[in-house]
Ligand binder design. Structure first.
Ligand code: C5P
Length: 400
């Protein structure tokens, strides 16, 4: 870990995990970073400013309206100072205030006043994390390019078990290090498909599926964060384009294939995360179709091209597939890998409500065919954003 010359503003808010941030501060300083600490009123109820001052080697800032602090270093100067702002623990209340753009204490004001990257490290009771308001706030924060690190799942100080635990200080320090130093995909081009496809039946009806695009978008963001040039070929979804990613929007499987053909010309990795419709209407009606009466209605379907298979046989890049299954996960995934001629497939069980379609969480079993042997890796259950990072790292390690 090398953080020399890096300026980190560490913000603490009220939560029992605040005591762990003393260790985080020590680790950042040990890695060479200059650390300045800002504490909210709530944070000071859990850990003293003196502790953080001693560990950071700098006076702690805690008051927006402190005349002496304002003359020594106003909040605007403080907002301009860091290379990165890390807020740990980030309480539900603070996340709500930060996403609402409130400026009612020093730390919240800094978030509004800064143009520097901000990482939120959530820590709260599992019910508070699961609360719809908190989830909506986290989504807003992610859209506004806040980095969200964690939370982890496990035992909580209050006795509950679930998502909401702050990730450990070492993991936070590693994420800070990775933020500055870890760009292993630099000079690689990744092409990723995501979301559903839409196949027209007539001018108002279509065939599609429930894919939200979240997993593919998270993979695109993770690859871009690690330095890759990323082209995301996406079916219609309600997600914003990830930062630093070129997004190509498509409708049908045929459109998707066309976009993939041109995007993969010089690509290194292709990840097929889209839920591509297997079939399309053979004849798309020019006018809205009318009711056919009691005899029912038949629509003739024809098969769509298999985009992943096309890439595997026509391009020289490392192709990764997904197998969303509701049963026989392992058997189906392995058969699919052979049929499509790919070396790696990520299987997930979409019959489970807690992971898969629409969920923010996922669990993957990754199969990789190395020479004669089949290797298996279990990833998650985790937030799709975290899982995506693990998967991107795994693909990169295996390719080497
Ligand atoms: O054959 P199946 O749809 O189950 O395979 C799933 C995998 O193949 C996914 O990676 C999906 O993105 C990809 N696929 C594709 N083109 C299709 C169908 C699936 O790229 N027409």
């Amino acid at each position: 870990m090398n953080l020399s010359q890096k300026k980190i503003l560490l913000g603490l808010t009220g939560g029992i995990a605040a005591y762990k941030v003393a260790d985080l501060c020590r680790q950042l300083v040990k890695a060479g970073a200059e650390v300045k600490v800002v504490m909210t009123k709530g944070a000071k109820a859990f850990i003293t400013p003196l502790t953080m001052q001693a560990l950071s080697g700098n006076p702690v800032h805690d008051d927006l309206l402190d005349p002496s602090a304002e003359t020594a270093m106003g909040h605007i100067e403080l907002a301009k100072w860091p290379d990165l702002i890390v807020i740990a623990p980030a309480s539900a209340d603070f996340i709500a205030r930060a996403t609402a753009g409130m400026a009612d204490d020093l730390l919240a004001t800094l978030c509004v006043a800064t143009a520097k990257p901000i990482a939120l490290v959530p820590a709260m009771n599992q019910q508070m994390w699961a609360n719809q308001a908190t989830q909506a706030n986290i989504k807003t924060a992610a859209k506004r390019s806040f980095h969200i690190w964690g939370p982890a799942s496990g035992d909580q100080a209050c006795g509950d078990v679930g998502f909401g635990r702050m990730i450990e200080p070492l993991e936070i320090a590693q994420k800070v290090d990775a933020f500055f130093n870890h760009k292993p995909l630099k000079s690689q081009h990744w092409v990723i498909t995501a979301g559903p496809t839409v196949e027209k039946i007539d001018p108002v009806r279509y065939l599609t599926n429930r894919s939200s695009g979240k997993m593919g978008y998270a993979i695109a963001q993770a690859a871009a964060n690690l330095g890759a040039k990323v082209t995301l070929v996406s079916g219609p979804v309600s997600l914003d384009s990830p930062n630093g990613v070129e997004r190509v929007m498509v409708q049908s499987a045929q459109d998707m294939l066309q976009a993939v053909e041109s995007a993969t010309e010089n690509s290194d990795v292709f990840v097929a995360c889209a839920a591509v419709s297997d079939y399309r209407a053979k004849n798309v009606a020019e006018q809205k179709m009318k009711k056919q009466g009691d005899d029912g209605l038949s629509i003739e379907l024809e098969q769509n091209p298999d985009i992943l298979q096309w890439v595997a046989s026509n391009r020289d890049c490392f192709a990764v597939g997904f197998a969303a299954e509701t049963q026989n996960l392992i058997d189906y995934a392995q058969t699919k890998m052979e049929r499509k001629g790919i070396q790696m497939i990520c299987a997930n069980d979409v019959s489970r409500a807690d992971i898969g379609f629409g969920s923010d969480h996922n669990e993957l079993t990754v199969f990789y065919r190395a020479e004669q042997e089949l290797e298996t890796y279990k990833l998650g259950p985790k937030l799709k954003t975290e899982l995506a990072q693990d998967l991107v790292e795994l693909v990169n390690t295996i390719r080497k």
